[in-house]
Ligand binder design. Structure first.
Ligand SMILES: [Zn+2]
Length: 479
């Protein structure tokens, strides 16, 4: 070795020593250490340490990290928080149940919100979970038909006012478009098109909404018409002809006995590059408003069930023809036992299905899906029945819904993932313990097994307890 080479080497060593002396290990706001970190996009499934700074994940490392606060995740799964595309319960009452179920983002996309700007303003800084909604085509078309600009008291009114049985006159399609545009400009995530509730809506009225959505490059979330496979073909035709993006809500309860062919249609459409997605909830019963068009004449044949399959939410009782007819006049929430366990398993095994709760507003005997959807998939269907793997289930709850929204919702590029620079929406749970506790008999009950929950870097659930006076939820919009 020449003198020159030795000098160069010594110089490099000196630099390394100097550099390592001046570079201090950064201190993170929070360090989650020694957890089994699962990221469905990259396929990471390994023991890692995570450093969180502010709202973001700063680092994921095998090395130990220094933090101001620590969470010991030894023996726990550390996954992206669950993204629920279909949550009608949009107050902190429902949010508290959803949080124990591992949900960090709960969106009302099937029906949407009529007064979006007011909704977003009212929730800002006060929400437990991330929130957002679609434009409410239901309310808008009802307004145009009835000629009133007053918002209805609540969504249940929208489902049984006379306008629902009428069609929008084609000369008024532009008026519907104009109001949808206002909502989209306020940050609505796509358009909710619950056509199944709009018995008067014509083919051309709905076709025009699909055409409009494509022009605006915004997605449609639809509770499609009744009829199983044929209704799927109608919705898919509307989307494919117009080149619109379509998300079909709760495939399980729309397809029922046609579940195999409906899954195939969605899977094939996706494979062929069409912008089609879907979701399911892991229960064999649906839930809706008894006075709605769902129960118009012929419902037994359409739904494949009868009076005793209906459960009155207020009391938990099963119905007879007599009290069905009485309740139909007064209105109220009813659970419909109409699906076979096998259909739910088929839905869970499809790569096309996201998990979404369709959970309703809190009521003591409300449908358990509002509280237990995600823990039920992980506890009953992954651990007990082995219908799908843990990683497959997490994909359906995190990355798949984020990916579905990503082209229209910028922040979704950084959610549904455990990666550096992503939002620290994180659920830490015990895979051997997580389970739903809500049932059709007991109604809303908190799920068990979620140890910690972080939203935008803030801890909302710590040691299985929801912290008071913490409101980390942020608006999720198309902006
Ligand atoms: Zn629905």
């Amino acid at each position: 070795m020449t003198i020159l080479k030795i000098t160069k080497l010594l110089f490099s060593f000196t630099l390394i020593i100097l550099f390592s002396c001046t570079k201090k290990n950064p201190t993170y706001d929070l360090v989650i250490f020694n957890g089994r970190v699962i990221d469905p996009e990259t396929g990471l499934d390994a023991i890692r340490n995570i450093g969180v700074t502010g709202k973001q994940i700063s680092i994921i490392s095998v090395d130990s990290l220094t933090g101001i606060k620590y969470i010991d995740a030894t023996g726990f799964v550390v996954a992206p928080g669950f993204i629920d595309l279909h949550a009608h319960g949009q107050t902190n009452v429902e949010n508290s149940y959803q949080a124990y179920d591992g949900v960090t983002t709960a969106l009302e996309l099937e029906i949407g919100v009529d007064t979006l700007a007011a909704f977003l303003k009212a929730r800002k800084g006060k929400a437990l979970l991330n929130f957002g909604a679609s434009a409410c085509q239901l309310a808008i078309r009802n307004k145009i038909i009835s000629g009133t600009s007053t918002p209805h008291k609540n969504i249940y009114n929208e489902l049984n006012i006379p306008a629902i049985k009428e069609a929008v006159n084609p000369i008024k399609f532009d008026a519907v478009r104009a109001l949808l545009k206002v909502s989209l400009a306020q940050g609505a995530i796509g358009i909710g098109v619950p056509v199944g509730y709009q018995s008067g809506a014509t083919i051309s009225e709905i076709f025009d909404v699909y055409a409009f959505a494509a022009e605006e490059n915004t997605p449609i979330f639809s509770h499609i018409r009744e009829g199983g496979a044929i209704a799927f073909q109608q919705a898919l035709a509307n989307a494919l002809i117009n080149n619109s993006t379509l998300h079909i809500c709760h495939l399980n309860s729309m397809a029922r006995k046609d579940v195999r062919i409906c899954l195939e249609m969605v899977e094939q459409a996706k494979k062929n590059g069409f912008k089609i997605s879907t979701e399911i909830y892991p229960y064999t019963a649906g839930n809706t408003e008894i006075s709605s068009a769902i129960f118009d004449a012929g419902w037994q044949e359409r739904l494949g069930c009868t009076y005793e399959d209906l459960q009155w939410v207020e009391t938990g009782e099963r119905l007879t023809q007599e009290n069905f007819e009485n309740y139909r006049k007064t209105g109220g929430s009813v659970i419909i036992h109409m699906m076979k366990p096998k259909w739910i398993e088929q839905c869970l095994q499809s790569s096309a299905t996201a998990i979404a709760s369709d959970g309703g507003e809190y009521s003591p005997f409300g449908h358990p899906r509002g509280a237990g959807t995600f823990a039920r998939v992980l506890g009953k269907y992954v651990r007990e029945l082995k219908v799908l793997t843990l990683n497959e289930a997490l994909y359906k709850m995190t990355y798949l819904p984020a990916k579905t929204l990503e082209p229209f919702v910028p922040s979704m590029k950084k959610r549904g993932r455990i990666q550096e620079d992503c939002f620290a929406d994180i659920v830490i749970f015990k895979a051997e313990k997580i389970i739903d506790k809500a049932t059709f008999k007991r109604g809303f009950q908190k799920s068990e097994g979620v140890k910690h929950l972080l939203i935008n870097g803030q801890i909302l659930i710590k040691n299985a307890k929801l912290l008071p006076e913490v409101f980390p939820g942020e608006a999720i919009t198309s902006k």
